[in-house]
Design a protein around this ligand. Sequence first.
Ligand SMILES: NC(=O)c1ccc[n+]([C@@H]2O[C@H](COP(=O)([O-])OP(=O)(O)OC[C@H]3O[C@@H](n4cnc5c(N)ncnc54)[C@H](O)[C@@H]3O)[C@@H](O)[C@H]2O)c1
Length: 310
Amino acid sequence: MNIRKIGIAGAGLMGASMSQIFAKYGYAVTVYDAFENALEKGKALVQQNQNTQLLSGEATKEEVESVLSALVFTNDLNALADCDIIIESIIEKLDIKQDFWEKLSKIVRDDTILTTNTSGLSIDSIAVRVNGKHRFLGMHWMNPAHLIPCIEIIRGSETDDASTDAVIELAHAVGKKTTVCKKDVPGFILNRLQIAILRESIALVEEGIADVADVDACMKYGLGFRYAAFGPFEVVDFGGIDTFHHISSYLNKELCNATDIQKLLDDLYKEGNYGVKSGKGFYDYSDGKAEKALQDRDEKFMKIYNALYK
Ligand SMILES: NC(=O)c1ccc[n+]([C@@H]2O[C@H](COP(=O)([O-])OP(=O)(O)OC[C@H]3O[C@@H](n4cnc5c(N)ncnc54)[C@H](O)[C@@H]3O)[C@@H](O)[C@H]2O)c1
């Protein structure tokens, strides 16, 4: 299908971020949110992201202005009725998403593609009251959505091939890469990999084997450096199946297999130390360090993208 009009539900961190990608590529974009103040926050987020693009030379003044003027922000759900695709990125609460989709799927056309940016809720559960489940699927972006190239496409048990292909095609049309998760399993692909690494990272620190900064250094300068360019299977092929077979024979049984939330993470959570957003997490972000950390992060992502994929 020819997708021209994009409807984004949720003007938060993710919705605002992804909206500007579509605007940049000339799509008509309507951003809906149930709350007036959320729309203002969304506009401010887009402005902030576009300023970073401008300051880093990634976009010209004209390009930034054209992105800003292409976006329509609204509180009116009916404004999404004539969209070719809906990307829902509202709060990660199952009942709220289910209510939203029940209403929305009744007001759009029968051929409108319906996607959710859920981080990990079941696609089938979100779609339980959707009218036309064959066109419903997961389209999981990564934060910051305008900078990370990968979009995870997750099929629900009733999703058809045509809808899956259309979403993949759209992602590629706006310069993104895709990964397809064929089954609606907890964590899909990305979070299963991410949490497996996090679990072992926390275990290394909790057992006094390494400090937080050393685990991060190992990832950034070693594994992550490789993983920016090659996946785990490609890495094994370069290293040798025999070598990794041998390592697996003695190491698999040594690895952390915790099924509860680990103490280090739980303690930070209970203390209200949520990371950059609260000024403290594993590291300290007080006194303006958070802003600097975010800017530094975005500049690094742009450099990696430009070096490998531009
Ligand atoms: N933040 C991340 O790193 C990240 C990454 C990938 C996916 N996600 C997923 O994206 C979605 C949004 O996350 P976010 O980080 O942008 O959250 P956010 O809190 O920044 O934004 C959520 C938005 O949803 C709006 N909202 C709440 N209830 C609504 C309703 N009934 N109808 C319409 N809008 C409503 C809120 O006003 C808010 O603007 C979630 O499903 C989340 O799991 C988040």
